[in-house]
Unconditional design. Structure first.
Length: 341
């Protein structure tokens, strides 16, 4: 299986034989740092410029030619429409030329499969916390392809909140690693921030019991940063602000996940997406779940957007006979397959 990922600002290709990664290349677009975020048009152009070389390098690592590929899996959504179209059009053309099937993959379902490439125990049933730059979802995975939506963000995703707060603090893009690094030097108690949609007295019947919201937290940080800057203390307080913000996000995500564990009765938790790399989040999730539970996540390389997870998800979909016709196109808001609210 050849897996292609071009949903945002990573161009990636991987060659899988069953669950074995034979070749894997991820090329990140550093030029977006200049603008403090991903510029969609630049991202699409960058994918177009390098996708041939990225696929060729993955094939070289695997020691096979393109003709040895049995099928091509490609992220068809969600994501930036121009970026997605580069991968989808490449996959369609290659599949046509080789007379091979092409398998469309949902980007967030691919993140569910990533940990299983390194740990065969990372399989359903589990409660999944998917946290990335564009999505924050809580799911109950009963089996591969059979998912129940438990909660989701009502505004900003966790990764998006990290990027926006990093910009407020004068830190470069991407904000997640920058805030995590700076937070290690800070005291979160100096600037207590609210925990969005997390309060005492909530019950599973409340509509926001498992949902999250980070817009209010972002506003609270913005207000506090402005106050500190007006006092001329921003440089001195920057690490403390980063630590307080991160603690609020981590506490919210872990608390909501623990609620999901209680509601479902499933003590197995899988974390996926770029934010799942955060060490504070991993440590708090492991601690709160305790000895009676299991936590799964992928290595940093497989937690970020990558072609290997796309190939693994595509292999599952191919086994179910789910291949696309020549009309395949990208969808920026592609529905999550098998997801029931």
């Amino acid at each position: 299986m050849l897996g292609l990922e071009t949903s945002c600002d990573e161009t990636s290709a991987a060659i899988l034989r069953r669950d074995e990664i034979l070749g894997h290349v991820i090329l990140s677009q550093d030029e977006h740092r200049l603008y403090g975020g991903v510029v969609p048009e630049l991202a699409a152009r960058a994918h177009l410029a390098v996708i041939d070389d990225v696929v060729r390098e993955a094939l070289d690592e695997a020691g096979v030619g393109l003709g040895a590929v049995d099928a091509i899996g490609v992220t068809a959504g969600p994501g930036l429409i121009g970026a997605l179209l580069v991968g989808v059009c490449w996959a369609r053309a290659a599949a046509f030329a080789l007379d091979r099937p092409v398998v469309p993959v949902h980007h967030m379902e691919a993140h569910l499969f990533a940990p299983s490439l390194e740990n065969p125990e990372a399989r359903p049933p589990f409660v999944a916390l998917l946290v990335s730059g564009g999505h924050t979802l809580l799911l109950h995975a009963l089996a591969w392809g059979d998912y129940r939506l438990l909660g989701q963000t009502r505004d900003d995703a966790a990764g998006e909140a990290y990027d926006k707060v990093a910009k407020l603090l004068g830190l470069p893009y991407p904000g997640g690693p920058q805030i995590e690094r700076l937070a290690r030097e800070g005291d979160p108690g100096r600037h207590p921030f609210p925990r969005p949609m997390l309060r005492g007295g909530q019950s599973p019947d409340d509509p926001d019991y498992l949902d999250v919201s980070f817009s209010g937290l972002k506003t609270a940080v913005s207000t506090r940063v402005a106050e500190v800057a007006h006092q001329g203390k921003l440089e001195r307080e920057r690490a403390h602000l980063a630590a307080a913000f991160q603690e609020a996000v981590v506490d919210t995500l872990v608390s909501k996940t623990m609620r999901a564990v209680e509601v479902t009765g499933c003590p197995r938790v899988l974390m996926g997406g770029g934010v799942s790399v955060n060490q504070a989040l991993r440590q708090e999730m492991t601690s709160r779940l305790g000895d009676g539970g299991e936590v799964f996540w992928a290595s940093p390389r497989l937690s970020l957007d990558n072609g290997a997870m796309v190939a693994r998800a595509a292999a599952f979909r191919l086994e179910r006979g789910e291949v696309a016709g020549p009309e395949l196109s990208a969808r920026a808001a592609l529905p999550f397959p098998g997801l029931v609210e």
